[in-house]
Design a protein around this ligand. Structure first.
Ligand code: PEP
Ligand code: MG
Length: 568
């Protein structure tokens, strides 16, 4: 088995077609029959122009006119007398066509690549493409026509270029394996858009396989098998069927409300890290943003982001969500999240130290800048403020006081904002669970951060492998905390959500439903999965399993019982 980066989910099984890079070296000869050589060159150009125009036509139909223009430009370029005229002159002087083509193209490439202007530099790479294509014609090197590969083909190549990907016919390509590229590379993005399973960055795979070898690609796990035995093949054929069935089922949940089996309405929100991710949340049918981790603005920066810089980022997210709720968590730094230019003092125990809301309250100017940016963004949609790492009622009161001052200032300055902007508590410390009833009187909403709640409740450092066995949201201590927080929120009449990873855990969902969780904030790609699981459970069924596991003593028993009760 080969391991690579799981870049596009799903199981692909098929016959390998290697897209190898050709050897385009040639011997620079002098020719005596220059007329025949010119004729050979003319034919190569004509064939290239004809093929390029046909490909541009396809791209215009399948992708769009702008993309087709790029290829049409290539055809025009080689026909330009400034370029081909020079080449013909060299052939007349006795050089072979390959030499003439290479020399003139290289001269132009050298010239354009020196230029300041980005557009001009792009011409250098266009000329390089044209050179390679015409050289292939002259050398009789045939490229594989990706658009014509047989159904069930697995493409194996070093890297998938945009021109290769534009030729892919989705129905015929069962999978893609490359030697380079990561999750966000062009090939990964395209593979996901085409819903073709892909595993990238598998070192040496092109030389390790032959055409027509059988390949299995597990694009969810990043696994590749070449010529697998019968048992593995059968296992993956079943896995592929299950995946296809599941995907088809999930798609039926797109655009639907999140309803339990009894028809009670819940909500699936998304966790995002940048304003651009809000688009993803919308595309994945998220009903809001339950956690916008604002740290990115500070971490991907060389200076403290200004109020306007922050305002633009929050506004973009809020606008993209078209009026849906966007819960913006105020700066949660310190501990594992360092910001070089902020100069944090080294602490003996940073996870229990000067971080998140503690740091913000101690730096009110910096904090007010962020709060002002969020309050201003509320004029453009459903922005809410969420305070991380709360451990005392005073912290929430202090933040609310700062927000009141900001509102006062904005009113005086005549700047628009949402008068009703809410301030909620992130419930992620043992203290917050213990005083959830007190916090519920101060906060407009709760959102449970199980990632930290688990660590702080179990007194476990997530990064320490020796105690990792204790780090589980299914520990009775953590489950009781979650139940208590939700109950306190309900008793006070405020909404309770969850933005820790546990909100998307299929085993956890029935328990959360039973406890009364209103909003589940998950990675955008898990929106439909969570909605599908919720649809399968009635309140009575969720209560039955919750009653059972909440009476158990150990995490192992609880997980086993939840697995036994799980609904596929
Ligand atoms: C959490 O603690 O559960 C959470 C969502 O916050 P983060 O993972 O960013 O600490
Ligand atoms: Mg946290």
């Amino acid at each position: 088995m080969y391991k690579g980066i799981a870049a596009s989910r799903g199981i692909g099984i098929g016959s390998i077609c290697r897209l190898v890079e050709h050897d385009l070296s040639f011997e620079a000869k002098m020719v005596s029959d220059t007329a025949a050589e010119k004729d050979r060159f003319r034919k190569a150009i004509d064939s290239f122009v004809e093929e390029t125009n046909a490909m541009a036509d396809e791209i215009r139909k399948n992708i769009g006119p702008k993309e087709a223009e790029i290829l049409l430009g290539h055809a025009v370029m080689i026909s330009d007398p400034a370029m081909s005229g020079e080449m013909f002159k060299m052939i007349e002087a006795g050089q072979c066509a390959e030499t003439a083509l290479t020399a003139v193209c290289d001269m132009f490439i050298g010239m354009f690549s020196q230029m300041e202007d980005e557009m001009m530099r792009q011409r250098a790479s266009d000329i390089s493409d044209v050179k390679v294509s015409v050289l292939k014609k002259l050398l009789g090197v045939e490229d594989i026509d990706i658009s014509k590969v047989a159904p069930g083909t697995v493409l194996v190549c070093k890297d998938l270029t945009p021109s290769m990907t534009s030729q892919i016919v989705k129905e015929n390509v069962a999978g893609i394996i490359t030697e380079v590229g990561g999750k966000t590379s062009h090939s990964a993005i395209l593979a996901r858009a085409l819903e073709i399973p892909a595993v990238l960055s598998v070192p040496g795979i092109v030389d390790a396989v032959k055409d027509k070898d059988t390949a299995i690609i597990d694009g969810t796990e990043g696994d590749v098998y070449i010529n697998p035995d019968g048992d593995i093949l059968s296992k993956y054929i079943i896995k592929r069927e299950e995946f296809i069935k599941k995907q088809a089922e999930l798609k039926t949940f797109f655009g639907k409300e999140t309803l339990t089996a009894d028809g009670d309405k819940l909500e699936i929100y998304c966790n995002i890290g940048t304003p651009k991710d809000a688009k993803k949340a919308m595309e994945c049918d998220g009903e809001g943003v339950g956690l916008f981790r604002s740290e990115f603005l500070f971490m991907d920066n060389t200076h403290l982001p200004t109020e306007d810089e922050q305002f633009e980022a929050y506004k973009e997210a809020v606008r993209t969500m078209e009026g849906k709720t966007v819960i913006i968590r105020t700066l949660d730094i310190g501990g594992d999240k360092d910001i070089p230019y902020m100069d944090f003092e080294k602490e003996e125990n940073p996870f229990l130290g000067f971080r998140a809301v503690r740091y913000c309250i101690a730096n009110p100017d910096m904090y007010k800048t962020q709060l002002r940016a969020i309050v201003r963004a509320s004029a453009f949609g459903g922005a809410k403020i969420m305070v991380p790492l709360v451990t005392t009622v005073d912290e929430v009161r202090t933040v609310k006081k700062l927000v009141s001052e900001i509102k006062e200032e904005l009113r005086a300055e005549g700047i628009a904002f949402d008068e009703g902007i809410e301030v909620g508590c992130m419930m992620e410390t043992a203290a917050s669970a213990a005083i959830a009833d007190l916090l519920a009187k101060e906060a407009d909403f709760f959102s449970i951060g199980t990632n930290d709640l688990t660590g702080y409740t179990m007194a476990v450092d997530r990064g320490n492998a020796k105690v990792a066995y204790l780090y589980s949201a299914f520990q009775p201590a953590v489950l009781r905390s979650i139940r208590q927080i939700i109950a306190a929120g309900k008793a006070a009449g405020i909404p309770v959500g969850m933005c820790g990873e546990a909100a998307a855990d299929p085993l956890m969902i029935p328990l959360l439903m039973s406890f009364g969780l209103d909003e589940y904030s998950v990675n955008p790609v898990l929106v439909l999965t969570a909605r599908c699981i919720i649809s399968k459970w009635s309140k009575a069924e969720a209560d039955a399993i919750a009653d059972k596991v909440m009476a158990m003593d150990t995490e192992a028993e609880i997980v086993a019982a939840l697995k036994a009760a799980a609904k596929e």
